[in-house]
Design a binder for this molecule. Structure first.
Ligand code: CMP
Length: 141
């Protein structure tokens, strides 16, 4: 099934000049970029985006991190996009990071982990609505 998924390049990815490298990995894999923008998140946007983690011990520092600098947000489209993006991103736990994945290659920290990818169709749909207006998703062949 053709799916859309939300990918973020987090403030650490931007600070480390990895934006081009990360976008090009997804482009070369074959994803269609349906939306792409550089954003500065408010606390409200960060709390809305990560609302499922509210109350967890890492929530407050996560919000502080995600509002500490700009974020690149994109919507990528492909057959089975959600699973494939998460495979390319790699594991959350840096000790399990497999070389060749984005986190496996670039992240040593469980919080400052360079990228985010939606974990299900419902999350992708919700996250898209938090970050993009419908007209910001561009349809093309
Ligand atoms: P992400 O894939 O964006 O989803 C939730 C984010 O919360 C995660 O990446 C990390 O940035 C952060 N996170 C998840 N679990 C932990 C944890 N145990 N400690 C610190 N940060 C975490």
């Amino acid at each position: 099934m053709v799916e859309q998924t939300v990918v973020l390049i987090k403030p650490d990815g931007i600070q480390r000049n990895l934006v081009g490298e990360i976008i090009s990995r997804f482009e070369r894999k074959g994803f269609k970029i349906r939306a792409l923008k550089l954003m500065r998140w408010s606390k409200k946007t960060a709390e809305q985006f990560y609302s499922v983690h509210k109350g967890k011990p890492f929530f407050k520092p996560l919000i502080a991190f995600m509002t500490s600098g700009p974020v690149v947000a994109m919507v990528l489209e492909a057959e089975n996009a959600i699973d494939i993006v998460r495979k390319l991103i790699g594991e959350l736990d840096p000790k399990k990071g497999i070389p060749g994945t984005i986190r496996g290659d670039y992240a040593l920290d469980i919080r400052c982990n360079i990228v985010h990818g939606s974990d299900s169709p419902a999350s992708a749909n919700r996250e898209m609505k938090v970050l993009f207006k419908p007209q910001e998703l561009i349809k093309y062949d």
